[in-house]
Ligand binder design. Sequence first.
Ligand SMILES: Nc1ncnc2c1ncn2[C@@H]1O[C@H](COP(=O)(O)OP(=O)(O)O)[C@@H](O)[C@H]1O
Ligand SMILES: [Mg+2]
Length: 244
Amino acid sequence: MTATPVVDVRGLSKRFGALLAVDDVSFTILRGEVFGLLGPNGSGKTTAIRMLCGLMTPSAGSASVAGADVAREPDAVKARIGYMSQAFGLYRDLTVNENLAFYGGVYELGARRPERAAWARQAMRLTEFGDRLAGVLSGGQRQRLALACAMIHAPRVVFLDEPTAGVDPAARRLFWTILRERAAEGVTMIVTTHYMDEAERFDRLVFLSRGRVKAQGTPAEVKRQFGEGMSLEDIFVSLQEHEA
Ligand SMILES: Nc1ncnc2c1ncn2[C@@H]1O[C@H](COP(=O)(O)OP(=O)(O)O)[C@@H](O)[C@H]1O
Ligand SMILES: [Mg+2]
């Protein structure tokens, strides 16, 4: 069996004036992988994700996501992916069910809407909270609702930008269980985080610094590339100092 990458990034760059925010980045991701995009603040993670979601045009290079080219077919990319942004994009004055119905409408699910909403409540452990306003949910519940909305249309690839920021450890652990379940179903997950204890959980990852790839591979491979005895936390801190 040949493993065709679901995400194929080749020499991707994004320039903002004098700043090369993403600089000649290449990597591939396989179906069902939970893939980490790591690096200090300002290293280019969000910019890379925006390009891979078809939301921002690359300055150079190319990328295909779920079989569509991000620059030439951004609408096809948007239809095949889910995007959970740093801001979550929930309506706090709508209930859990109303948020799910709203996103089901955005993705034009039509008659599939109730079935997909039921799936999402079950998959994201929200069955008890359907009638609760998003604004009164705990951080962990809100995070799971954001993932539910991002996956309501059964995307093949999901991008999660700092999904666990500000969420307590127990909720983070449940969130990771849910990510693993979805990956086992064949959904590919691309996740940014600055929690290095979570980074050990990725199947593979890339470390960015100043827009460039500094290392990539499994957590064990990345640690070997940086030297004997280096933890992912040590690597992160050394890149952070380089960035400053
Ligand atoms: N729209 C933009 N215009 C100009 N500069 C930007 C824009 N978006 C991001 N940047 C800059 O690009 C760099 C990378 O930002 P970003 O991708 O948000 O990094 P990260 O998500 O890793 O924190 C930063 O220096 C940031 O200030
Ligand atoms: Mg960011």
